[in-house]
Design a protein around this ligand. Structure first.
Ligand code: HAM
Length: 418
């Protein structure tokens, strides 16, 4: 019979990997709290129209990557391809805008996009998504960026690059898009099929193209930075000034338009050379019209999302995991009862204990204890039974001592907890 395998583009995160995931998640929770962010958990599926209206019907995500299905009552549902739209929906629905005096939230969980799977790109992946809603001040753009970088450092990531741009707003971008479209139309023959189509549907996306033969033309196209209105220019100048103030280095890239339509003003990404083609570890920006577009008041927002698979992929390996503090080795059959009692007592007092119930040789048990990272091995063989002691071996120092049976639980507790 053919065995069932994981669906293409999905990935099991196995016990050996979860330690890194948990480390990263714990670092996020600790750090984000320091900046005033609190966790929200929104559903992983939503009404399809939320994403169509929020992310933009013309984007790749909405037009070809969503997992959409009809519910039994005929309504159209979609597995969330990102978290921002769902967060904004929840914020509006529960009136958090008027009841939360400092609306800063994060979501940690799976997202779904039907992209072509490759290294760092999956169909189910996990994001850490951070949103500050209700703040127009460029200081908040910088705070969000600063927190993103502090998080990467807390996780031990050493080499990465912050890329920054401003994509203008409703006042100036439409004019720029027309200027861009005109320039693209004049050069259609130099463009591939996708970019030719996007010249009409969404010319900004042409700037994202990776096709080698289009790069020369793209480099010569009009730049959004030269077409920003005064408020967008001032906002961007303030963002850069604050980044400089904090000593945060960045590279300006006028092609950083991002793949979602809700962005205005600031956009940013953190990229890593170690990731290959899918080099974006995190991406975000400002989305001042989104809350209004989704039926809420006209208030601003800024945030980012980080891909956890990508981060874990490039983190330096952590130390070997210790899976127990104490390994019990009852070598003689009558020792088993004493070992079970000791195990029960130690676990109750917070010691991590493993016991090999399979009756292997002494040597293979010691090997097993070593593989499990045990700090202490407590041995109870015929000889120890006769003398009424456990022989406790310190795996780091390789020293061994006899401990009377009545005191062994206390002895090990003290050794482990210090
Ligand atoms: P995004 O750039 O689409 O932005 O995704 C953010 C991050 O999610 C990427 O930088 C990448 O690390 C990860 N990611 C995206 N697609 C995949 C995939 N198929 N496989 C693995 N990782 C992936 C957003 O989603 C916006 N909602 C970010 C945001 C929040 N902007 C403002 N607030």
């Amino acid at each position: 019979m053919v065995s069932v395998r994981a669906v293409k583009g999905t990935k099991d995160i196995l016990p050996d990997e979860t330690a890194s995931w948990q480390r990263v998640e714990a670092a996020a929770r600790t750090l984000f709290a320091r900046y005033g962010y609190r966790e929200v958990r929104t559903p992983i599926f939503e009404e399809t129209q939320l994403f169509a209206r929020g992310i933009g019907a013309e984007t790749d995500i909405v037009s070809k990557e969503m997992y959409t299905f009809d519910d039994r009552d005929g309504s159209s549902l979609t597995l969330r391809p990102e978290a921002t739209a769902g967060i904004v929906r929840a914020v509006i629905e529960h009136n958090l805008i008027n009841t939360d005096p400092a609306l800063k939230v994060y979501v940690l969980g799976p997202m779904f996009r039907r992209e072509r799977p490759q290294k760092g790109r999956y169909r189910q992946f996990h994001q850490l998504d951070v949103e500050a809603i209700g703040y127009a001040n460029p200081m908040v753009d910088v705070e969000v960026i600063e927190m993103a970088l502090a998080f990467l450092e807390a996780c031990g990531l050493q080499s990465y690059e912050l890329v920054l741009n401003s994509v203008g707003d409703a006042a100036c971008r439409p004019q720029y898009v027309e200027v861009l479209r005109t320039a693209l139309r004049a050069n259609l023959s130099k463009l591939g099929e996708d970019s030719q189509r996007r010249t009409e549907s969404n010319p900004l996306r042409v700037l994202d193209s990776k096709l080698p033969e289009e790069q020369e033309l793209i480099a010569s196209l009009p730049k959004i930075g030269d077409h920003l209105c005064a408020p967008c220019r001032e906002h961007f100048a303030e963002v850069k000034r604050h980044l400089d103030l904090l000593g945060i280095r960045y590279r300006l890239d006028s092609r950083l338009v991002r793949g979602l339509d809700y962005y205005v003003k600031t956009t940013f990404e953190v990229v890593s050379g170690e990731l290959g083609a899918q080099n974006s570890v995190l991406g975000g920006g400002r989305y001042d019209g989104l809350v209004r577009d989704l039926g809420g008041p006209d208030i601003p927002g800024v945030g980012f999302a980080l891909g956890l698979e990508r981060l874990v992929l490039i983190l330096p390996p952590g130390e070997g995991e210790r899976r127990c503090d104490v390994f019990l080795a009852p070598l003689a059959a009558p020792a088993i009862d004493a070992a079970l009692r000791l195990q029960h007592e130690l676990r109750k007092s917070g010691v991590r204990v493993l016991l090999d119930p399979e009756g292997r040789s002494f040597k293979s048990r010691m090997k097993l204890a070593d593989r499990l990272g045990a700090r202490f091995v407590a041995i109870l063989g015929d000889d120890e039974l006769g003398r009424g002691v456990w022989s406790v071996r310190d795996m780091a120092g390789s020293s061994q001592e006899d401990v009377p049976m009545a005191r062994v639980a206390l002895h090990l507790k003290e050794k482990v907890h210090g």
